[in-house]
Design a protein around this ligand. Sequence first.
Ligand code: SF4
Length: 319
Amino acid sequence: MAKRYYDFNTYLRSIYGERVQKITIDAGLTCPNRDGVLSTKGCIYCNKKGSGTGLWLEGLSVREQILRAQHSIQKRYKAQKFLAYFQSFTNTYAPLKTLQKLYEEALSVEGVVGLCIGTRPDCIYPEVLDLLENYAQNYLIWLEYGLQSFHENSLQRINRGHGIKEFLQAIELTRLRKKINICTHIILGLPGEKKSDMIATAIELSKLETQGIKLHLLYVIKGTVLAEMYTRGEYRCLNREEYIDIVCEFLQYLPSTMVIQRLISDPHPEELIAPSWILEKTKNRQEIEKALEEKNIKQGQKIDNFISFQSTSPFFLSL
Ligand code: SF4
């Protein structure tokens, strides 16, 4: 059965003709929303580990982290090619020389065919984009921007420390480097957002001609402001049915060429407070795919015609 959305594995196979596996890296960096430059509290859903594995603090270098993961992935998935995913904290928030050393350490490991770099839109500068564009001549490069929502009041509510303007500026700067792929992270179920607000985010994103997206469910982990809100009864997590319903609608507004790198988040079980259903990874993916099938929904079906009209119409070209 053909997939009703453009998933990351299909995309990678279309390039390499084989399975390519991401390896998560903790490069020991920090974030301006944690180190005091913007705030010390961080986003309300983030804890002190900054979505990281903590392996850097355990003393493992970038190279050692990749080699350790390769060993188990090769056994489990028989993959021979890998993408080094700089995930923890903000992976462009350091002097250029430091970043270059970290990125090149990853690229020097046998089997690594590219980089995925998670960052904030207010932490990007031309020199780092030039560096990545240079790598992109020989490697696959994805830059992953955390946006989370296209609503200014939501960004304030979750203490992101940046607005939509910074995101749009980052996209504009990045798009000048044609070989860098852009992935946007969006969280569904933010406090105060209705389904219609989340769909409005999808519609705004669809206008930007970026290459990928990661969808996350807002979940509650220990040591966060959100955990305190949850304990006080000020926040309720989406249930599985609500999440699937929103994802099915959301996908219809994303261009069918946009790669869906993730359909739902994948928290560390030992940190999770709620909702428990998020840990059923396979079931969640299967249930989303089943709902898409039953409702006869395909990614892009509410937007593709409009986008092709927009790109060929003399009226829109002249705007
Ligand atoms: S930007 Fe990322 S690392 Fe920084 S506080 Fe927010 S979630 Fe945590």
